[in-house]
Design a protein around this ligand. Structure first.
Ligand code: PGA
Length: 241
C-alpha cells in the first residue's frame, strides 16, 4: 500500500518563535484530516527541537532538509543523522534542486546522504526533476532516470520517498499540469522495484490545485514549499477533498 504523504518544506524560513506560532494555528486546523494521511514538516535545523516538543502527541511528523553521510567529523556546516534522530526527526529531504543548484550537491553526494539517512532509520525524501531547458530539449525523462539510477545505487526502496519536482515549477507559481506530473511519476515508478514507494509531486502546490493533483493515480502526495509557510494554506492542502 502506498502511503499518502503531505510534506511541507520551510526552506530557510521561520525562527523558533514563528514556528511555534505556526504550529498553534496549524495543529487545530488539521484535526479532521483523514488519519491515513501522513503530515510532515521539514523545518530549519534550529527549529527542530522546538517543533519536536510541540508535536508531542500530535499527528505531525518531523522532517529535516539535509543530512551528512558521515556519523561525525570535520564537516563545518553539516549535520549528522544521529543529531537528527535524537531530536525526533523521521524524514529528511535529500537532493533538493536548491541544494544541487546552489550548494554543489551531485548524484554521488545525494547517494551517500540517502544511505546514511536510511542506516539511521530516517526516511529520505529524494528529490528529482528537470530544468526548463532540459524539458524544452526533450531530455526531461532521461535526466530524471539518470538521477534515479545514480542516486539509488545501494539504496533500499523499503523506506524511501521520492518527490518529482520539475525545477521550472518550484516557487514560480507555474504548476506542472497534473496529467503531465502523473505521466512523469509513472515513468519514475517504472524504474523502481518496490511498487509501494510513495512518489510525491512538488512545485507550486497550493490549496487551489491540490485536489486535482491528488486525483492523479500515480501521485501519492506533495512536497510543498511556499504554501507550507502559512498555516491556513498548508491546512487547506492537508485537508484536500
Ligand atoms: P514551492 O516549492 O511549493 O514553493 O514551489 C516546492 C519545493 O521546493 O519543494
Amino acid at each position: 500500500m502506498r502511503k499518502v504523504i503531505i510534506a511541507g518544506n520551510w526552506k530557510m524560513y521561520k525562527t523558533q518563535g514563528e514556528a511555534t506560532e505556526f504550529l498553534m494555528e496549524f495543529s487545530s486546523q488539521i484535526d479532521d484530516a483523514p488519519e491515513d494521511r501522513e503530515v510532515v514538516l521539514c523545518v530549519p535545523f534550529t527549529d527542530l527541537t522546538t517543533v519536536s516538543k510541540s508535536l508531542h502527541g500530535n499527528r505531525i511528523r518531523l522532517g529535516a532538509q539535509n543530512v551528512h553521510w558521515e556519523e561525525c567529523g570535520a564537516y563545518t556546516g553539516e549535520i549528522s543523522a544521529s543529531m537528527l534522530t535524537e531530536v525526533g526527526v523521521r524524514y529528511v529531504i535529500v537532493g533538493h534542486s536548491e541544494r544541487r543548484q546552489y550548494f554543489g550537491e551531485t548524484d554521488e553526494t545525494v547517494n551517500m546522504r540517502l544511505k546514511a539517512a536510511q542506516a539511521s532509520g530516517l526516511i529520505p525524501i529524494l528529490c528529482v526533476g528537470e530544468t526548463k531547458q532540459q524539458r524544452d530539449a526533450g531530455i526531461a525523462e532521461k535526466v530524471i532516470i539518470n538521477q534515479l539510477n545514480n542516486g539509488l545505487i545501494g539504496v533500499s526502496q523499503a523506506k524511501l520517498v521520492i518527490a518529482y519536482e520539475p525545477i521550472w515549477a518550484i516557487g514560480t507559481g507555474e504548476t506542472c499540469e497534473s496529467a503531465e506530473a502523473n505521466r512523469v511519476i509513472g515513468v519514475i515508478r517504472a524504474q523502481l522495484t518496490n511498487p509501494d514507494v510513495t512518489i510525491q509531486y512538488g512545485g507550486s502546490v497550493k490549496p487551489s490545485n491540490i485536489a486535482e493533483i491528488m486525483a492523479q493515480p500515480h501521485i501519492d502526495g506533495v512536497l510543498v514549499g511556499g504554501a507550507s509557510l502559512a498555516a491556513t494554506d498548508f491546512a487547506g492542502i492537508v485537508n484536500y477533498k
